[in-house]
Design a protein around this ligand. Structure first.
Ligand code: C5J
Length: 219
């Protein structure tokens, strides 16, 4: 399949492509989680949920591989560097008890993927201690086992975990494309800048396209 994309058309085939959904967890999308403790307006991020749902449903219907990630730490925080926990001046730090349980801790209510995009049997779920999906996870090996060479990215936040994951994927040889209306930032100008920098210089990190381009190709 070939779809219109920036900076030039993107080619992929279903058998070798995974849909990677970055950190669509309650911690970032709902009030009371990590995103809000950092002082952000989380309602901005919730706006992309319907577009993500449409792509996920179509991708499942087409039989494509789905990967979900969560930014998650072990309950003893042994995988959370002090520099990460102590950074800044949030209302609640990683591991503290918040309205949705302990902030960014695996298994807590706030750490679950939002119900609208909840994983189903057969989909890969990666708990990642870093911003990138490949750091300290088995994601690369799992994708290699499935023969995956192309990755379609959705999720939050555009300039942090999504961009970091796309750069990690790029360095590992994947062709990555970010779905423009299926990613969001607490800072709209950061989203715009990230889209620009990913696809600059002939797609130095990858491609971007509206979700309608993928939906038209796979439906
Ligand atoms: C952040 C993320 N922003 N998922 N995490 O801390 O982008």
């Amino acid at each position: 399949m070939q779809i219109p994309a920036q900076p030039f058309p993107y080619q992929f085939d279903l058998a070798h492509t995974a849909l990677v959904i970055i950190d669509m967890q309650r911690d970032f999308i709902e009030p009371g989680g990590f995103g809000e403790t950092l002082g952000n307006d989380v309602s901005l991020l919730a706006a992309i949920v319907p577009a993500c749902q449409a792509v996920l449903q179509a991708w499942r219907g087409a039989g494509g591989l789905v990967v979900h990630t969560r930014e998650a730490h072990q309950p003893d925080l042994s995988d959370c560097p002090p520099a990460k926990r102590l950074r800044g001046n949030p209302a609640l730090r990683i591991g503290d008890e918040g309205p949705m349980g302990r902030i960014l801790v695996a298994g807590e209510p706030g750490n679950q993927i939002i119900p609208e995009l909840a994983p189903v049997d057969g989909e890969i779920v990666i708990d990642k201690p870093g911003k990138g999906a490949f750091y300290a996870t088995g994601l690369h090996e799992m994708l290699q086992d499935h023969g995956i060479s192309h990755l379609l990215f959705m999720g939050v936040t555009t300039e942090v975990c999504v961009q970091t994951s796309m750069r990690e994927a790029n360095d590992r040889g994947y062709d990555g494309l970010l779905l423009e209306d299926c990613t969001e930032s607490y800072f709209p100008h950061f989203k715009a800048a990230t889209l620009d920098m990913l696809r600059a210089q002939g797609g130095i990190v990858g491609w971007t396209a509206p979700s309608s381009a993928v939906l038209t190709a796979i439906r």
